[in-house]
Write a protein of this length. Structure first.
Length: 337
């Protein structure tokens, strides 16, 4: 009997998609710690997705049942995950099911879709425990009717094969990496004293202003070696005054994967004060928590050399932790008991 499975929808690891990197990393961390991977390939064929997500899972659970299942959420659709959970419950009724949250559409793109929200909350209430990103995400889900045990992971782990950037003196550079379709605020940034380097896809269709430079896109495992800056910027949405817009609002609850990218690379971060990870940043001295980014020149210049050195040391120590998968393993230990 297989003791433990991790169920993951898999994409090509040589991708620019941070979501794929997060799931692939968590799968590897769990595999190294006794979980057997049960993968569903991310095919463009809807029929193949249904076949793998329903029939394949059913056959494996039936023939090789396990005591514990970690499901990396979301799978392709509510329909598929409902069937996965139903089959696990049918063939291994005493098994423990843990949802490992990557994204929650009820908090992101489907905040006004009542039927979808009801279905998603029902999925959450059908498992034994859920690993969520932040305290704010947990609190919000409780408000929305989730009664299942929830454990806060905090920042995502990030398996980073590159060396950390361990400069101890500021170089007047900030970097931003991510999905640039969600980053309209970039067109409004103009800088005098510092330089902002932008990485990601698609290439911006809007013009970048003074001292803001587009540096291209790289696969997730290669990107860290290009992030030679004082700080990594964690921001989404349309405005410099706050993280507004659909994706900006989501940062109130989630743990952006770019935060883990920066910290695992040795970079302190700049984050919105209302962000779900703001308390983690403050408690661990991992960067600067700000009201807005309308004056990045001033924000960074206000950090003294002594303050930056302490911040840098804290980031390097925390970065080592998430390079080793310790946040997930700690949360999983609590979720499984």
């Amino acid at each position: 009997m297989v003791d433990k499975y991790v169920i993951t929808s898999i994409k090509d690891s040589k991708t620019f998609d941070a979501g794929s990197k997060a799931k692939n990393d968590d799968r590897l961390i769990l595999e190294k710690n006794g979980y057997t991977p049960l993968d569903i390939s991310n095919s463009n064929s809807r029929i193949k997705k249904l076949f793998q997500g329903i029939w394949k899972i059913k056959q494996i659970v039936k023939e090789h049942p396990a005591e514990s299942y970690v499901i990396q959420y979301p799978l392709y659709s509510i329909f598929i995950i409902e069937n996965v959970i139903k089959n696990i419950r049918h063939y291994t009724p005493n098994a423990k099911i843990i949802l490992l949250i990557h994204d929650i559409e009820a908090l992101r793109l489907r905040t006004d879709d009542k039927k979808y929200i009801e279905k998603e909350m029902a999925v959450f209430n059908s498992v034994n425990s859920i690993i969520v990103h932040t305290i704010k995400m947990k609190e919000k889900l409780v408000q929305m009717g989730v009664t299942t045990k929830m454990v806060v992971q905090g920042l995502f782990d990030y398996l980073n094969p590159q060396e950390m950037f361990k400069n101890e003196e500021k170089t007047n550079k900030i970097c931003y990496a991510g999905n640039l379709e969600k980053s309209e605020f970039l067109k409004n940034i103009s800088l005098e004293k510092i330089h902002l380097e932008v990485f990601g896809t698609p290439k911006p269709v809007f013009s970048l202003k003074n001292n803001v430079e587009y540096r291209g896109a790289y696969p997730s495992d290669e990107l860290p070696k290009y992030l030679n800056a004082d700080f990594g910027l964690v921001w989404d949405g349309t405005s410099l005054d706050s993280s507004k817009g659909v994706f900006g609002d989501y940062t109130k609850y989630n743990s952006p994967h770019k935060a883990s990218l920066y910290i695992s690379s040795g970079l302190p971060i700049i984050v919105w004060k209302e962000a779900g990870i703001a308390s983690i940043v403050k408690e661990n001295n991992l960067g600067i928590v700000v009201d807005n980014i309308s004056d990045l020149d001033l924000i960074t210049s206000n950090v003294s050399s002594e303050e930056y050195l302490l911040m840098k040391k804290a980031v390097i120590n925390y970065g080592k932790r998430i390079r080793e998968g310790k946040n997930l393993l700690k949360a999983l230990e609590v979720a499984a008991n």
